[in-house]
Design a binder for this molecule. Structure first.
Ligand code: PHE
Length: 360
């Protein structure tokens, strides 16, 4: 994801490109709650609520700034009438949250979201699930993906996985001349919620799988699906057709790109690149990198279709599959213009945001 928030302009200053950023120490939890609203040019900013461990809350702020900017691009490329935002709560490194502490923290999150008066609505992300969204919804209406019995569209991770599948078809078509996934070799990095759905969906279409996770408890899933298990340290060297990053961001760096032995990369993890220039590095190595903010839009597409636009689940699922067409178009544009897919996708996002910014 581009570090637009820290881009240095020609005067040497780093302008604030986000509309607003709230940092509040939770009244109940004492923990830093950060909500970054990057842009509302296209509409209400949306983006998940991440609960993750950080050594310093400033690292969580950096993440919130980057992740919220990526949500603007994600929504714009997906054609949604929404902007980008994100909530990040910095948990102390060794923190474990009991049920009461978790509820208190989620109420703190809800209060910050409520204070933004609808400029931003949240959803599930790393560390949160639909039940947490129901807890936040006790205090503010600006929440997606509550469980269906609580009036929401439920878990978005299956839809994110379906969107990734559509993207993988487009990637295979562009790289190997056939959208077929059967028999192709995929390396899934991370078996969290989305990664697990993906592994199951890919196994169901008879793809060959190698998988890894930092949590060894995920290994039985690999056995169940007939997938080879990789040591997380060897994951980047996996000889696969397509590498599928499905865990945390920042995994592709000058160092890891050198080790890669894949033809393409496409996965749901947000902010996969350590910095924008890594997209050029991948391009020069002849590896197709499908921009993460294009590939991972299935969750927001489904949730907004059902909850904002009152579409049926069928209509919403159909919309998720359009990620394949969107990505195919971006890959064609990139080839035609002789630029990276990342540059072509960002161009599309910025055009849409600028157009909306100019509207009366
Ligand atoms: N985690 C989702 C994403 O990164 C966020 C989200 C999902 C927000 C569903 C709203 C609704 O795209």
């Amino acid at each position: 994801m581009p570090k637009r928030s820290t881009t240095v302009d020609d005067t040497g200053a780093a302008p604030l490109v986000h509309e607003q950023v709230r940092i509040q120490r939770g009244r109940r939890s004492g923990l830093p709650v950060i909500v970054a609203v990057h842009s509302t040019a296209l509409g209400q900013a949306i983006g998940g609520c991440r609960l993750a461990r950080y050594r310093h809350w400033r690292d969580a702020l950096t993440d919130a700034l980057r992740l919220s900017a990526a949500m603007t691009d994600k929504c714009a490329v997906a054609g949604l009438p929404n902007g980008g935002g994100k909530t990040v709560v910095a948990l102390p490194p060794e923190a474990t949250l009991g049920p009461a502490a978790r509820r208190a923290l989620l109420y703190d999150v809800a209060d910050v979201i409520a204070s933004l008066d609808g400029a931003y609505a949240t959803g599930p992300d790393v560390g949160t699930d639909p039940t947490d969204m129901a807890t936040i919804a006790e205090r503010t209406p600006y929440v997606f993906c509550r469980p269906p019995e609580a009036g929401g569209s439920g878990d978005s991770s299956t839809h994110t996985a379906t969107g990734v599948m559509a993207a993988l078809h487009a990637v295979c078509d562009a790289v190997f001349g056939s959208p077929q996934l059967a028999g192709r070799r995929f390396g899934i990095l991370g078996l969290g919620r989305v990664g697990t759905h993906l592994a199951r969906q890919l196994a169901a279409v008879r793809a060959q799988l190698v998988v890894t996770d930092v949590d060894l408890n995920k290994r039985p899933l690999a056995d169940e699906l007939g997938a080879a298990w990789l040591d997380p340290d060897d994951a980047f060297r996996a000889e696969v057709d397509v590498l599928v990053p499905a865990a945390l961001g920042g995994v592709f760096t000058t160092e890891t790109v050198r080790q890669l032995r894949c033809a393409a990369i496409a996965g749901p993890a947000n902010n996969q690149l350590d910095e924008p220039a890594t997209a050029d590095l991948l391009h020069r190595r002849g590896i197709l990198w499908a921009p993460d903010f294009v590939v991972s839009a299935g969750g927001v597409i489904h949730a907004t279709a059902v909850e904002l636009h009152h579409e049926t689940t069928d209509q919403a699922s159909h919309r998720v599959l359009t990620i394949g067409d969107t990505l195919a178009r971006i890959l064609q544009d990139a080839t035609r213009a002789g630029v990276t897919p990342a540059a072509a996708a960002l161009d599309l996002a910025r055009q849409r945001v600028q157009l909306a910014g100019r509207a009366p």
